[in-house]
Design a binder for this molecule. Structure first.
Ligand code: NAD
Length: 368
């Protein structure tokens, strides 16, 4: 049985509560002889600041670099609102992304049939929805230089952000999208604004060339980012894998997330380059939601996004496809049975607690 090294960074607020449910599930896989997980634990976010004045310590970054995968809960909360900017809780997350060079952010938007009524769109538009948004995470306008506000001396100031992409950055993220599509419904929609942006034009031409060279078997279409935003709420099931830059990906993935009903349901993965020697890639898995200070400590957070993030680790870092499918089936089956945490309950019925939901998924795994 293969052994995988997991670094667990529960973080702050409900991060700690939802991570506890993942640990139960990982232990179950070990007990069943499916895969063994070795856990190491570290601190990130506000708890790390409280412990040693930094949002993550150098030694925990080193553990993350050495791990087969990192699982992160969530960071932040009002307690740390006043801490210096460079050690604020989010800085720990940004440092991990930067040091591990996690350039590909994968955000699935899956609408479980049992939850279709929780979506802001009509049931028929979202029932069975399964989209994967692949967002470039380490380049583009959030990082490009110059990035500054200058005083023009005439009572005006000028703000500059720079959108920069090199061919290799576009190729490597598009490759991730094409490879994923091959394992799904074989379709990639690439999105930019090549009608008004040079970086969009390079993106467009690079994806066309890569597709023609290496991925002719995959269907590839191009949609301008504004039009794609509109299509996401008009007819979302037309998409399989969407690949886009850092800025558009930030916006489009948030739109897609609302199609599925609740923040508590949404997992994500951030992947780095494949190591040519080991064939492995650095990877961090985390729910999309934050530390939810309004419900932290009450034991009512929905652990599904965190558990599904672990499922993504099994699929994308360890190639444990059957085990990952089992997790998805188990989640689906507890939802079909009507189990709901408070965030997805709606008007009717009683809500279950975080640990009751975790235990129900664990029980469903035995039969999934
Ligand atoms: P949030 O995602 O923490 O919460 C938004 C709303 O969704 C809240 O009402 C919360 O109760 C609810 N919610 C979120 N996850 C839930 C879950 N699993 N189950 C049930 N309900 C859930 O976003 P926010 O309130 O804007 O931010 C709170 C803190 O989290 C801030 O400090 C913010 O900076 C931080 N944050 C961290 C991350 C991260 O760690 N990746 C992401 C977003 C926000």
């Amino acid at each position: 049985m293969a052994t995988y090294k997991l670094l667990i960074l529960p973080g702050d607020g409900i991060g700690v509560e939802v991570m506890a449910e993942v640990e139960k599930i990982a232990q179950w896989f070990t007990k069943e002889g499916i895969a063994a997980f070795e856990f190491e634990k570290g601190l990130v976010g506000g708890c790390a600041y409280d412990a040693h004045g930094k949002a993550i310590s150098d030694s925990d970054v080193a553990l993350a670099q050495a791990a087969d995968a990192v699982l992160l809960g969530a960071v932040g909360g009002p307690k740390w609102d006043g801490v210096p900017y460079d050690v604020r809780p989010e800085a720990g997350l940004l440092r991990l992304r930067k040091d591990m060079q996690l350039f590909a952010n994968l955000r699935p938007a899956i609408c479980y049939p049992a939850l279709a009524d929780a979506s802001s769109l009509k049931r028929e538009l979202v029932d069975g929805l399964d989209i994967m948004i692949v967002r470039e995470l380490t380049g583009g306008v959030y990082f490009g230089e110059p990035k500054q506000i200058i005083d023009l001396g005439n009572g005006q100031r000028r703000a500059i952000d720079t959108q920069v992409y090199d061919t290799y950055e576009i190729e490597r993220i598009a490759r991730v999208a094409f490879e994923l599509a091959r394992k799904r419904r074989n379709k990639v929609t690439s999105s930019e604004k090549h009608n008004v942006m040079k970086s969009g034009l390079l993106w467009y031409e690079t994806v066309i060339a890569l597709h023609a060279r290496d991925y002719k078997d995959v269907e590839c279409e191009h949609q301008l980012a504004d039009s794609l935003g509109m299509q996401l709420v008009r007819r979302p099931k037309q998409f399989d894998v969407i690949v886009t830059d850092n800025l558009f990906g930030d916006i489009l993935s948030d739109i897609a997330s609302m199609l599925t009903g609740s923040l508590g349901m949404l997992p994500s993965a951030s992947l780095g380059e494949v190591d040519q020697k080991t064939g492995q890639r650095k990877a961090l898995y985390e729910p999309v939601h934050g530390s939810a200070p309004d419900i932290a400590g009450k034991g009512i957070a929905n652990p599904i996004a965190m558990i599904a993030s672990f499922g993504m680790a099994l699929r994308y870092s360890f190639g444990l496809i059957e085990a990952a499918d089992k997790i998805e089936k188990a989640i689906s089956s507890v939802l079909d049975k009507g189990l709901r945490t408070a965030d997805i309950k709606g008007e009717k019925g009683d809500a279950v607690s975080t640990s009751q939901m975790g235990d129900a998924i664990l029980a469903a795994l035995q039969t999934a």
